[in-house]
Design a protein around this ligand. Structure first.
Ligand SMILES: Cc1cc2nc3c(=O)[nH]c(=O)nc-3n(C[C@H](O)[C@H](O)[C@H](O)COP(=O)(O)OP(=O)(O)OC[C@H]3O[C@@H](n4cnc5c(N)ncnc54)[C@H](O)[C@@H]3O)c2cc1C
Length: 417
């Protein structure tokens, strides 16, 4: 019987490709009537890239992604706090890609349609509710004409993101996402890549920061690439910034003045902001860890299960890894409740810890230490924090997020066929 997937985002599409690789019938139901390449830049960590390569997506990823070479934290005065190599340069067997979220989703969607056929993705089909039975599960979907269709399957995978309907049914008392104060403005602009040419750079302090990294190769004529940027400020939580919509467009005047004097000889923040045609506002929200993701024949994955602050570049990466870990359990236990429980047992505790770690600023928490120890003003970072302390901090984060170099390189494939 079929695996029913609610949600055609990155988790839902990767789930479909994984099921297909395992010869498991699968259908994805996506609420929007037409998938479009929405969002801006994200990073795919080597643990997720490994899984996408195992799905045969090496070539198309190489076409649309930029192999990240460096991850750097820079103080407000322009001095480096920390810089480390990333991807292949850091010794991983797989690269880290900086990539446009929408292009990645469309790549996965096209591959699902090419490999499984167009009937494997039903658009304009929103999950309303589900009901588990002894040997099957029924999922009720509503189309744009407000008609309901009941679909039977062996399991239902809730990959329906931040505002998951599957999660609301499973945990009806939970309430809306939680906002802790930071607001992000995101956009892309054409500019020359800085530092290594493929660096993720974060400038500033915890309460006010600016991130940028290229998500396209530079144009050979002009040297300009598409630079993804995020400007971020922390507000008093008494204010109301909504409960998290990735597609709210706002004028740049709303926040540009806050970054007006952020010009360095190597990076002109105001110019980069002004170069964007569209800017999206997003209050950084997450949800509290859940005690369970499984309800009989239904399982939550991706953001529906463990949405977290996007400070460690692991939301999309983890969504992909989830589908592969679940696929491995399907191989071990067959497609049914035992596989769902085995997946939950192996994954839930780590993810719940990661949600809280990211709420505490994840890898960029180092900036908090710099503030604490010298008010953010320093000439040489070694005089403020010993290098070894930062190294240990970063290693702990990578281990918690599942992309410590040695353990990833040494691990057998998640799915061996
Ligand atoms: C439009 C959009 C833009 C985004 N932009 C960014 C970005 O710029 N930067 C960033 O870091 N992250 C962004 N994200 C979040 C990022 O994609 C996720 O954190 C990560 O990829 C995990 O993906 P997911 O598949 O679990 O969830 P999502 O990517 O959120 O996908 C969930 C999918 O489920 C669909 N859906 C929702 N409810 C239902 C329902 N009831 N029935 C059926 N389908 C449903 C949604 O339309 C969506 O396609 C964006 C998400 C979305 C939806």
């Amino acid at each position: 019987m079929t695996v029913i997937v609610a949600g055609g985002g990155i988790a839902g599409m990767a789930m479909a490709l994984t099921c297909h690789q395992l010869d498991i019938p699968v259908v994805v139901h996506e609420s929007v009537s037409q998938l479009e390449p929405l969002g801006v830049g994200i990073n795919l960590q080597p643990n997720a890239v490994r899984e996408l390569y195992d799905l045969g997506l090496r070539e198309p990823l190489e076409e649309i992604g930029v192999q990240a070479k460096e991850w750097a934290l820079v103080g407000r005065n322009g001095n480096d706090v920390w810089a480390e190599p990333r991807g292949l340069d850091a010794g991983y067997q797989w690269p880290q890609y900086s990539i446009h979220r929408g292009q990645l989703q469309m790549l996965l969607y096209r591959e699902v349609v090419r490999r499984l056929g167009s009937s494997s993705v039903v658009t304009g089909s929103r999950l309303a509710r589900y009901q588990s039975h002894a040997d099957s599960i029924s999922a009720h979907f509503v189309n744009e004409a407000d008609e309901t269709a009941e679909v039977q399957g062996s399991v239902l995978i809730g990959a329906d993101g931040l505002h998951s309907a599957v999660r609301s049914q499973m945990h009806p008392d939970e309430g809306p996402p939680i906002w802790g104060g930071p607001v992000m403005w995101r956009g892309t602009s054409q500019a020359k890549p800085i530092r290594t040419g493929a660096s993720f750079v974060l400038v500033g302090k915890l309460e006010q920061r600016f991130v940028c990294y290229p998500i396209s190769q530079p144009d050979p004529q002009t040297g300009l690439a598409t630079i993804n940027w995020i400007a971020e400020l922390t507000y008093d939580t008494a204010q109301d910034w909504g409960d998290g919509d990735w597609n709210t467009k706002v004028p740049i005047d709303k926040f540009l003045h806050e970054f007006a004097d952020w010009s360095f000889d190597w990076l002109d923040v105001p110019e980069l902001i002004k170069g964007a045609s569209d800017v999206y506002e997003y209050p950084m929200v997450d949800r509290d860890p859940l005690p369970n993701w499984v309800d009989e024949r239904c399982l939550l994955i991706g953001d529906a299960a463990h949405v977290m602050y996007p400070v460690g570049s692991n939301g999309a990466s983890q969504a992909i890894v989830d589908t592969r870990l679940l696929g491995a359990e399907f191989l071990r236990h067959g497609v049914g409740p035992a596989a769902l429980v085995a997946y939950e047992t192996a994954t839930l505790k780590n993810m719940n810890e990661l949600i809280l770690r990211n709420r505490g600023a994840g890898p960029i928490g180092i900036l908090g230490l710099v503030e604490e120890r010298c008010g953010g003003v320093f000439e040489r970072i070694e005089d403020v924090i010993p290098r070894k302390e930062i190294e240990e901090y970063m290693s702990k984060y990578k281990a918690a997020a599942g992309f410590a170099v040695d353990s990833l390189n040494d691990a057998p494939p998640t799915i061996s066929l």
